[in-house]
Design a protein around this ligand. Structure first.
Ligand code: BGC
Length: 505
């Protein structure tokens, strides 16, 4: 080795060590955010306490893309033999083990909603999040006016919210769309059809006309990048495609950005015209993305790129009106989307590890937990629990956007009645919320995912996220898990007492 080579190697190493901490993500050792402050951890006055659900996951089957997929899976017996949390394209876990009536009615919410909303209110909650099924209002492409039975159904849900003192938080798109929307038109389907926005606009106008006077809290889109990632790149959600790179989903993402902005304008125009209050935003799935191998520069850099692409690109576009899609060359101005948000919704579930592939950087491997660790806490889906990551996300969103925040989902899969993991999850994550508020983040509410067990997409009924369990073999009977009483105690006191903290942290 010549002197020049040695110097070059040294300079490269120094440069790498200097660059490492600033370019990529590093692994954090902290599990919770350190703080000496003892409880009680008191939340701001007027804080909203709620639970969240989504139409396709709890309501009886409508003519949606998901319903069509569920039927196909059953017919083709694609019940997946993979482990929990390892969804297989085109499959639904254990879908063959449930009776037709259960596969159709999901949780029986259509009939049990009165009791369910009473149960939600009994948790000392003051709000409830649900979504409106587009296909229930527009079952066919030719339907011009929203289906009266569909409108009547959601009117009943809103009445039950009112009766139980629950402020409704309404989501317009939570992963499922009408089946007809995915019929090919001029060689295009779904969000890529030329008339996609026209159809979405018709739906939104119908919802706003019917319920605009009764709903103040609106979420336009639930987790658009989860939808795009799972539906178009991983093949585990309809339309079950496996495109080969982010560049191939750009049109879908752009249309979703425009759909969001369109809904934002329609709701605000209606509010202004009728002198109503409206708060409109969207919610993002967030995770702590960290390198699988902390010493591996490419893992660190890939984790940062994945984080940017998955969490921030979409909302950066809304913030600035310029859409830049990481890992692609795309930069495009979309002026009409700029500033179309009153708040940002955050959904948080834990930590994922990213393992890069030197030869194919876009083909990274995602680990739901660190298999090499014997101490990491995981849930029933093998997802790593990581409360501190929640604090980091909340403060990072505040640093970037300075917007009011609603936590529209946070929860975990734990099927036990004596659900120790969920109780621990609830308390540790709520303390992170408290600490983030204390650090100055304007957090206005928390919705636990979910009120009761429900249809967990590609996991079918196997993953149980409910504060209440659902007995699928016994007329959908609900039973509170221990976490339900714990959540009631916290919401009722608007605080985590020191005793609760000591018992569950
Ligand atoms: C989704 C929910 C889902 C939850 C748990 C979120 O990504 O919005 O629909 O049930 O995660 O997996």
């Amino acid at each position: 080795m010549t002197l020049a080579t040695i110097i070059l190697v040294m300079i490269t190493l120094l440069a790498l060590f200097w660059v490492l901490p600033v370019t990529g993500k590093t692994r954090k050792k902290k599990y919770i955010t350190p703080s000496d402050e003892p409880g009680p951890y008191v939340f701001p006055a007027g804080f909203l306490w709620g639970t969240a659900t989504a139409a396709q996951q709890i309501e009886s089957a409508q003519k949606t893309d998901w319903t069509a997929f569920e039927k196909k899976v059953y017919k083709e017996k694609k019940f997946s033999s993979r482990g929990p949390g390892e969804a297989e394209p085109g499959h639904i876990h254990e879908w063959g083990s449930y009776k037709a009536a259960v596969r159709r009615d999901k949780t029986g919410f259509d009939k049990l909603y009165t009791k369910d909303l009473k149960a939600a209110a009994s948790l000392d909650n003051n709000t409830f999040r649900f979504s409106i099924c587009w296909a229930r209002l527009f079952p066919t492409e030719k339907t011009e006016k929203p289906d009266p039975a569909g409108l009547a159904y959601y009117r009943k849900i809103l009445n039950a919210c009112d009766k139980n003192g629950l402020i409704p938080s309404v989501t317009l798109f939570h992963f499922s769309s009408p089946e007809w929307f995915f019929k090919e038109k001029d060689g295009k389907r779904g969000w890529e059809r030329d008339d996609a926005l026209e159809h979405f606009e018709r739906f939104v106008r119908a919802v706003v006309k019917a319920f605009g006077k009764r709903v103040e809290h609106w979420c336009t889109l639930n987790e658009p990048m989860v939808y795009v990632f799972n539906g178009y790149l991983e093949g585990i959600f309809p339309p079950n495609e496996k495109r080969s790179s982010p560049a191939e989903v750009v049109d879908v993402v752009k249309t979703l950005l425009k759909a969001h902005a369109l809904a934002y304008r329609i709701i605000h125009e209606n509010a202004e015209k009728n002198n109503l209050k409206a708060e409109v935003g969207l919610t993002k799935h967030t995770r702590a993305f960290e390198p699988y191998r902390n010493t591996h520069l490419l893992d660190r850099v890939t984790a940062a790129i994945v984080e940017k692409n998955f969490i921030y690109d979409f909302i950066d576009a809304i913030n600035t009106g310029v859409f830049r899609f990481s890992a692609t060359k795309i930069t495009e101005e979309i002026p009409e989307i700029k500033g179309t948000w009153d708040y940002i919704g955050i959904n948080y579930y834990g930590r994922f590890y990213i393992q890069s592939n030197l030869l194919k950087p876009a083909d990274f491997k995602l680990h739901m937990h660190d298999e090499k660790s014997s101490t990491e806490r995981v849930n029933d889906l093998n997802w790593a629990l990581y409360p501190h990551g929640f604090y980091e996300v909340l403060t990072e969103f505040d640093r970037r956007y300075g917007k009011p925040v609603y936590i529209l989902e946070n929860g975990t899969a734990d099927k036990e009645d004596d659900d120790l993991t969920r109780q621990h999850f609830l308390v540790t994550h709520l303390r992170e919320v408290y600490l983030a508020v204390k650090a100055g983040v304007d957090i206005r509410g928390y919705y636990h995912w979910a009120l009761f067990d429900n249809f967990e997409w590609a996991e079918g009924f196997t993953a149980r996220f409910g504060l209440y369990s659902v007995d699928y073999k016994n007329n959908f009977e609900r039973r509170p898990r221990l976490s339900a009483a714990l959540y009631r105690e916290i919401a009722g006191a608007n605080a985590i007492s020191e005793e609760i903290w000591q018992n569950h942290s």
